[in-house]
Write a protein that binds this ligand. Structure first.
Ligand SMILES: Cc1cc2nc3c(=O)[nH]c(=O)nc-3n(C[C@H](O)[C@H](O)[C@H](O)COP(=O)(O)OP(=O)(O)OC[C@H]3O[C@@H](n4cnc5c(N)ncnc54)[C@H](O)[C@@H]3O)c2cc1C
Ligand code: SF4
Ligand code: SF4
Ligand code: SF4
Length: 396
């Protein structure tokens, strides 16, 4: 066998590498840092197991929703540490109340370099290490074998991750397990760890200090995309959304992995029991649900969209402490591009990839600044007292 699928179709889920009976498949990285499978011809025995587990070749079943909700954790501390409305934390807490393990992505920083991987939590006290979005692709497949072992023992598992990671797990397991519940995250693209680390190296050099913690969405200043950087020196830097331009480049799909631009999971029909994301545009489609209009959801701290794609998923959602309001998939999709269709690759994708490949984040930032124009400077001012006052007066 030469390859399972060509690198541009591979999502990097790693299922084939774990499933290969003779360990002929390794997960390697492209020059941009994107994970893909590689077969060692000298070791391969041509058994074709990799072709059976690959979700690109065997797409998992997609389902319509049983129910759709706008949701929010009632707990302020949970909201502070979650990217949107704390749906993940509340689902995981309700799941663990009946025992079992919750698997999700965690991010560690060492020498200012990030590593993102999946790990298991069995004690609700440990859930904070899985909270919050990490906007780069980590490795989930190293836990697939452990998960299969637990499921075979009849243990309960909640697996939460990107849709392509859930698809990889399904492919590896090869059959349904009643004790497995899956949660996927709305996702319209992801970058590589190398690219994230290129940016973190730039920050380290800029501030002459190693980075102790990087939070992509700091809730202390409300919902949105405002990163917080804590340096080893103890200094805390609160960035505006576009200050360092990583967000601008990410949100505009400038350096995603190639498979993201034809992702089959960026769709209203879903492969997991539950799907969660941001409920963008809720102030336009359901303003009456918001606290500003005497509703039960506080718009300042992020509101989740929660899709119950199976009866099992719906039962877990209803067992949580989440404040739930009925909604529809059309309402969620009206401003949620990630569940409508994949994002087309922008014309300058290759150019931006090259900047990261050369380790030149300063160049990528300068490029983004030029594209943002005046908006870059308005964003820098967005946290100043004057602009906050103007916004209050204008009611925006
Ligand atoms: C790469 C990426 C792209 C996204 N794109 C969109 C989008 O376009 N539109 C949208 O509405 N929402 C998007 N989201 C989802 C959104 O950012 C929140 O993660 C989601 O709403 C859950 O928020 P929460 O408050 O419920 O829980 P949180 O506590 O914020 O989320 C924690 C959960 O996210 C998972 N997670 C975090 N980072 C990763 C990662 N790198 N890999 C795998 N799993 C991870 C954890 O396993 C955990 O289950 C994206 C998330 C990621 C990681
Ligand atoms: S054909 Fe079999 S041995 Fe060869 S890479 Fe695929 S799984 Fe491994
Ligand atoms: S199983 Fe996953 S890692 Fe392997 S080829 Fe298919 S998509 Fe790529
Ligand atoms: S867009 Fe699709 S392929 Fe890309 S990271 Fe998200 S789920 Fe995976």
């Amino acid at each position: 066998m030469n390859e399972v699928v060509p690198p541009h179709r591979c999502t990097g889920c790693g299922a084939c590498s774990i499933a290969c009976p003779v360990s002929a498949i390794t997960m390697e990285t492209t020059p941009d840092g994107f994970l893909h499978s590689h077969i060692n011809q000298d070791v391969c025995i041509n058994c074709k197991r990799c072709l059976k587990v690959c979700p690109v070749l065997n797409p998992p079943e997609k389902r319509k929703q049983e129910a759709v909700y706008a949701a929010q954790s009632p707990n302020a501390a949970v909201l502070q540490h979650s990217a949107s409305g704390g749906a993940f934390f509340e689902l995981a807490t309700a799941f663990l109340a009946e025992g079992g393990s919750v698997y999700g992505a965690t991010m560690k920083l060492e020498n200012s370099q990030a590593d993102i991987s999946h790990l298991a939590v069995t004690d609700p006290q440990d859930l904070p290490c899985l909270q919050g979005s990490k906007y780069a692709q980590g490795r989930a497949y190293p836990v697939f074998k452990e998960i299969r072992g637990k499921l075979r023992q009849g243990e309960r598992i909640l697996f939460s991750g990107l849709p392509c990671q859930v698809a990889g797990l399904y492919g590896y397991l090869g059959k349904k397990f009643e004790t497995l519940t899956t949660v996927d995250i709305f996702c319209h693209g992801n970058t590589s760890l190398d690219q994230l680390n290129c940016y973190l190296t730039y920050l380290k050099d800029k501030y002459h200090s190693d980075i102790d913690e990087y939070i992509f969405r700091d809730k202390e200043r409300g919902t949105g995309y405002k990163p917080k950087v804590t340096l080893k020196s103890g200094k805390v830097i609160r960035q505006t959304t576009f200050q360092e331009a990583y967000w601008y480049l990410f949100q505009n799909s400038k350096f995603y992995r190639e498979s993201c631009h034809s992702c089959p999971y960026a769709s209203p029909k879903r492969i997991s029991d539950i799907s969660i994301g941001d409920f963008w545009g809720i102030e336009q489609v359901r303003p009456e649900l918001l606290s500003a209009k005497d509703g039960r959801l506080n718009e300042r701290y992020g509101i989740s969209a929660v899709l119950a794609n199976t009866k099992k998923g719906k039962a877990l959602i209803q067992a949580t402490q989440l404040v739930l309001e009925d909604s529809t998939i059309d309402e969620v999709a009206s401003h949620g591009a990630a569940i409508r269709e994949p994002q087309a690759a922008p014309e300058d994708r290759a150019q931006v990839l090259e900047m990261f490949r050369e380790g030149n984040f300063a160049q990528a930032k300068a490029y983004a600044k030029r594209q943002l124009g005046l908006y870059y400077y308005l964003d820098l001012l967005s946290d100043t007292q004057l602009v906050k006052l103007a916004k209050r007066v204008l009611g925006t």
